[in-house]
Design a protein around this ligand. Structure first.
Ligand code: ARG
Length: 476
């Protein structure tokens, strides 16, 4: 939060030069502190200036502004942007927000012409436009980061198309799978995240500019022109909705939350897999941390933090949902509180995506250990039941029972299914042959799972090729 500006902290302060016409005194320091958004909305400076430049061009084109005033405004806005980007600009709390900070500086630079820029516009349509542009840019950045992560996961999947590992349900050994197949599951999840972002982008891409305060304006503005200049598909259809809609931010946060959940699941698997008891994978030093007391430790802190940070992103979505709930039309100042959750969620998501991409690029699967673990827990029992169905025509329910009895026998003897001799197995089902013993190997098991979307190495390789087509690689 920005602190009250002590310079202007007197009992009677002068009213704002921007909206103070009907006021005798200015706001108290507390009022100023709660009202100001400049502490965070300065992040919108680029979009604010872009929006003002488009608005100015349009005002000149329709004859509301003279060419001279338009040129002065354009030059002044360029200078304001340069001052902000070089760090010279002084942001002032008493000027509340980015819109008034920019306009005030413009007035200092070019004089009275600056006051004409706000014709046929309000801060309500201005902020809706700025924020939409910011969310749109950010969404494109997140999409690029996801494309990069997907690219890394497909590479790892291809590299480990044959690496056998245990697949789990209920975190209990279920059936052998391939590491590549596991990676491709996440490719699907992150691919859907990209789809959600794309949907959100299409729906949000309408320009609120020209909605003015809420009712539209009596000036002959050209909303199509400003919409096109700002890369929007069209202007919003209703001016009340134009200034009061924050669905675009909610949709972005929803997509971000689901993506964060996916990242947290992958992070959790890294946490489990790196433990000494699993030892399925190793994270390199650059993504591990040590303990100040236990010399043996290699902690997966980045993965744990990625898991944790989903909480912040989901929290941001909740926060904005609750801000928006029950707000009457059109603009309410509550909506100024839309930005911080979105900024925080976007920053967090970008960081987590970068960390997970780095870890997935560098993680080393322990292939021997994975292969050994793949058979632990009688994971090929289903293969045996399937053999009975396929080769002997046994109904699956009965085959399930036979395989279950063999598991019981192996468990009693303290061995794996593949360690039982054919003789021993025949005491339960005399028609079993050497072929039935073969299906108990983890390699046979994964190679046999050739159904569409299945774990067989050939399927995984084909799925990698298909995924490269379905998910365009990141732009360089
Ligand atoms: N700082 C404000 C916000 O972020 C800008 C809009 C202010 N509009 C108003 N009518 N006071 O929402």
């Amino acid at each position: 939060m920005s602190s009250p500006n002590t310079e202007t902290n007197e009992t009677t302060r002068s009213a704002s030069t921007i909206w103070g016409g009907r006021f005798e005194s200015g706001p108290s320091a507390i009022m100023e502190a709660i009202n100001a958004s400049i502490g965070f909305d300065k992040r919108l400076y680029r979009q604010d200036i872009e929006g003002s430049k488009a608005h100015c061009d349009m005002l000149v084109a329709v004859g509301i502004l003279t060419e001279e005033d338009g040129a002065a405004i354009q030059g002044g806005l360029d200078q304001v942007r340069a001052e902000i980007e070089s760090g010279q600009f002084v942001f002032r709390t008493e000027l509340e927000d980015i819109h008034m900070n920019v306009e005030n500086r413009l007035r200092e630079l070019i004089g009275d012409a600056a006051g004409r820029l706000h014709t046929a516009r309000s801060r309500n349509d201005q902020v809706a436009t700025d924020f939409k542009l910011w969310v749109r840019d950010t969404l494109d950045g997140v999409d690029g980061a996801l494309a990069k992560l997907i690219h890394v996961l497909i590479n790892r999947a291809e590299e480990h198309a044959e690496t056998v590992m245990p697949g789990f349900t209920h975190l209990q050994a279920a059936q052998p799978i391939t590491f590549g197949h596991h990676m491709l599951a996440y490719v699907e999840m992150f691919g859907r995240d990209r789809g959600r972002l794309a949907d959100c982008r299409v729906r949000m891409n309408e320009s609120p500019l020209g909605s003015a305060a809420l009712a539209g304006t009596s000036f002959p503005i050209d909303r199509e022109k400003t919409a096109a200049a700002l890369g929007f598909d069209r202007p919003t259809a209703n001016s009340l909705d134009g200034v009061s809609d924050r669905d675009f931010a909610l949709e972005f946060l929803s997509a971000a939350s689901i993506c964060a959940i996916h990242l947290s699941r992958l992070a959790e698997e890294l946490v489990i897999w790196t433990s000494a008891q699993f030892a399925f994978v190793r994270l390199p030093d650059e993504y591990s941390t040590g303990s100040s007391i236990m010399p043996q430790k290699r902690n997966p802190d980045a993965a744990e933090l990625a898991r944790a940070k989903a909480g912040r992103i989901i929290g941001a979505l909740n926060s904005l949902l609750i801000v928006m709930k029950g707000l009457p039309l059109a603009y309410s100042k509550d909506m100024q509180d839309d930005k911080e959750p979105v900024f925080e969620a976007a920053d967090t998501l970008e960081l987590v995506l970068a960390a997970m991409t780095g870890m997935m690029e560098k993680v080393t699967p322990n292939t021997e250990r994975l292969r050994a673990a793949a058979g632990v827990g009688f994971t090929t029992a289903t293969d045996l039941a399937d053999w009975l169905v396929r080769e002997l025509g046994t109904p699956f329910r009965h085959a399930h029972e036979v395989a279950g009895s063999l598991v019981k026998m192996a468990e009693k003897k303290g061995v794996g299914l593949e360690d039982l001799t054919l003789e021993e197995m025949k005491t339960i089902e005399p028609r079993l042959t050497e072929d039935a013993v073969k299906v108990l190997s983890v390699d046979w098991s994964v190679r046999s799972r050739t159904s569409q979307g299945g774990t067989a190495p050939d399927r995984v390789r084909a799925a990698c090729a298909a995924a490269r087509d379905r998910f365009p690689p990141p732009q360089a």
